[in-house]
Write a protein that binds this ligand. Structure first.
Ligand code: KG4
Ligand code: ZN
Length: 338
């Protein structure tokens, strides 16, 4: 089954063709970073307008790269939420219309489940049940995953998401948007031990997170060292990153041990962080766990993960197919929250 995946929940317009949930025939991602960069964050109205401009060229390119005509697509999977309503509506309405015009099935997909299933687009892939840490710009959720369509959320952030904290700290240091990559690059030349930031919720016996206190601690450091901090940006970046990495690593390993899972996966934009990938790999080895890390292109937003997840939903006779009057949603549904 060849599925056209469409993703437009935030600032990437993406389309992909995936066969039987695992073989990526094409994956096209058009990023809007340049548009939002001067504003220090995503401007929803600008995002929607750019999606409208890009959706047809991006889908056409995905079809062309896969060597397919539109009428050779078997089904459509399109992100329904969570995300920016205006941005989601562009991909969602396009996906519905495409399926309606060709009279093929379609399904609205949850972006978070897309990230969780991104580890099945490469091999080897984890065995169920496994623990997935989804860390992105909007979410930091820890999942016990029992099938492609069933998860239990063990914990989540009370405030900022891990990626959001990276973005905000980058902004404080005047490093622009988005911050994840810039902070991790800068951290390479910094000393993570020189400045000590808190490890929020590290010692609490639960799987929730909180990053706003850490973000405030960085801000306080900047405010109280107005003359020195400009020369310490690498050390600040390294110390901040180390704190996030410590907390995320501790919780994912703890969850795997408590739930007796041998496999763990890191997914979402923050999973691209090399220090996090290395630290989780080393800790997992200590406990005899195997870590699954999507390649960098599959960590950030993409439509291949949406098409892959769609395959499992479309195959399941108990899951409702898409109806034309379905709407998008901005927040994660309860079944994906703790
Ligand atoms: O999954 P994603 O592309 O979009 C959302 O669903 O939010 O995640 C984007 C987030 C941004 O906050 C970005 O700063 C962060 O992922 N990110 C990183 C890195 N690359 C992207 N965070 C830390 N280290 C990175 N290398
Ligand atoms: Zn995402």
């Amino acid at each position: 089954m060849k599925i056209l995946g469409i993703e437009s929940s935030c600032d990437e317009t993406a389309a992909a063709i995936v066969e039987d949930g695992v073989t990526v025939l094409s994956s096209v991602v058009s990023s809007q970073v340049e548009i939002h960069h001067p504003y220090g964050g995503v401007v929803p109205e600008l995002a929607s307008r750019k999606h409208i401009e890009m959706i047809v060229p991006v889908v056409s390119e995905a079809l062309q790269m896969a060597g397919l005509d539109a009428n050779q697509v078997d089904a459509v999977a399109v992100t329904q939420g969570p995300g920016l309503i205006g941005a989601l509506l562009v991909g969602f309405c396009f996906g519905k219309s495409f399926a309606y015009a060709l009279d093929i099935p379609w399904v609205g997909m949850d972006h978070l489940e897309g990230h969780i299933n991104s580890v099945f687009l490469e091999s080897p892939s984890p065995e169920f049940p496994y623990i997935a840490l989804l860390a992105s710009g909007g979410h930091t959720n820890l999942y016990y995953v029992t099938s492609h369509t069933q998860v239990e959320c063990l914990g989540q952030t009370f405030d900022d998401a891990a990626g959001e904290a990276f973005d905000k700290v980058a902004k404080m240091l005047g490093l622009g948007y988005p911050g994840g990559n810039v902070i991790s690059d800068l951290a390479k030349s910094g000393d993570p031990e020189k400045i000590k930031f808190p490890r929020p919720y590290l010692d609490k016996n639960e799987f929730n997170f909180s990053f706003s206190g850490l973000k405030s601690a960085v801000n306080r450091y900047i405010q109280t060292h107005p003359d020195e901090y400009q020369n310490q940006t690498a050390d600040i970046a390294a110390a901040f990153q180390e704190s996030v990495v410590d907390v995320l690593t501790y919780k994912i390993i703890r969850a795997a041990r408590e739930k007796k899972c041998r496999h763990v996966a890191l997914v979402g934009g923050v999973a691209a962080n090399q220090r996090l990938r290395d630290n989780v790999t080393v800790s997992a080895q200590k406990y005899g766990l195997t870590v699954f890390l999507p390649s960098i292109e599959l960590c950030g937003d993409n439509a291949a993960m949406i098409a892959a997840t769609g395959y499992y939903y479309l195959k399941d006779p108990d899951r409702p197919a898409g109806e034309l009057d379905m709407d998008v949603y901005s927040r994660a549904p309860n079944r994906l929250k703790a």
